[in-house]
Structures are given as structure tokens and as C-alpha cells.
Write a protein that binds this ligand. Structure first.
Ligand SMILES: Nc1ncnc2c1ncn2[C@@H]1O[C@H](COP(=O)(O)OP(=O)(O)O)[C@@H](O)[C@H]1O
Ligand SMILES: [Mg+2]
Length: 135
């Protein structure tokens, strides 16, 4: 079985103080590690679950996997291709192959739109043909 997704030693940081604040307040490191040294692999056909308490970095890691947040360190490979160094065009093609299902339906799905248009919207953005949309 081949690895579809391979995450190795990934670190994602958020800046919590500006350089000025850090200087004034004597803070050496104005960043926090939201994800530190995360590694896992997902094999083709496998369902993978990442479990952790609130604030442990699950969403941040998912955003890095989707290329929506930069990984400070480590490697994220999808189908053998390195995601962390992809340019805009490569990321667009990559995002046709992965997607999120957000856990908050009220915030994620508009009650004004039909289920069909909600589900197909991302595919329309990625210009999939009408036939593929139905499938
Ligand atoms: N944009 C952000 N700026 C600063 N800190 C953030 C940001 N997003 C998340 N964090 C922090 O990163 C940590 C991990 O958050 P998150 O990935 O949302 O955890 P989980 O999804 O496991 O609940 C938390 O401490 C959170 O406060
Ligand atoms: Mg989360």
C-alpha cells in the first residue's frame, strides 16, 4: 500500500507579539508553536483520525496540510509531491484533490443555498465539468 499523505516533523508557529512588543516586554520568542514535530502517514484506502484536546493543534495541522498555513519546519507529501514548497499553480491543482468538511455546519453552510449548490461550489471554483459535478 502506498502512502497518500505523509507528514514528517511538521512545525507550525503563530506570531503572538510584534517585534516591538517583544523588545519592550523583553520576550525572546514572540511566536507560539501550535504544532510541534507532528508526523503521521495515511495509506491509500485508510480512514485516519487525529484526536486531541481543544487547542492541541489539530485544525492548524489540517490547514498546513492543505497548504493554507506555512509549515515552519518539516515535510508534507501528497502522492509523493512536497506540499510545503508548492507554488500557487501547484497548490491550486493540489486543492482539487483534497477538501475540508468543517464541523460547524451553521457557520460553514448557508441555509439560503440548496445542498446541491453548497456541495458543488468548490468544484465549480476548480472548474470541474458539469458531468463530474453530478457524479
Ligand atoms: N491564528 C492564530 N494566531 C495565534 N494563535 C493561534 C491561531 N490559530 C490557532 N492558534 C493557537 O494554536 C493552538 C492550536 O489551535 P488549533 O489548531 O485551533 O487547535 P485544535 O484544532 O486542536 O482545537 C491554540 O493554542 C490556539 O490558540
Ligand atoms: Mg480545531
Amino acid at each position: 500500500m502506498t502512502d497518500v499523505l505523509e507528514v514528517k516533523h511538521v512545525r507550525v508557529r503563530f506570531r503572538v507579539k510584534s517585534n516591538f512588543q517583544a523588545l519592550v516586554q523583553g520576550i525572546e520568542d514572540p511566536f507560539i508553536d501550535a504544532v510541534r514535530d507532528a508526523s503521521f502517514a495515511i495509506v491509500e484506502g485508510e480512514t485516519f483520525t487525529l484526536v486531541g484536546e481543544s487547542g492541541s493543534g489539530k485544525s492548524t495541522l489540517a490547514l498546513a496540510v492543505a497548504g493554507l498555513l506555512p509549515a515552519e519546519e518539516g515535510s508534507i507529501r501528497f502522492g509523493g509531491a512536497e506540499v510545503t514548497t508548492m507554488d500557487h499553480t501547484a497548490l491550486q491543482a493540489y486543492r482539487k484533490q483534497i477538501s475540508f468538511m468543517w464541523q460547524n455546519p451553521v457557520g460553514s453552510l448557508s441555509p439560503r443555498l440548496s445542498v446541491g449548490s453548497l456541495i458543488t461550489e468548490p468544484y465549480k471554483i476548480h472548474k470541474l465539468s458539469e458531468r463530474d459535478l453530478k457524479a
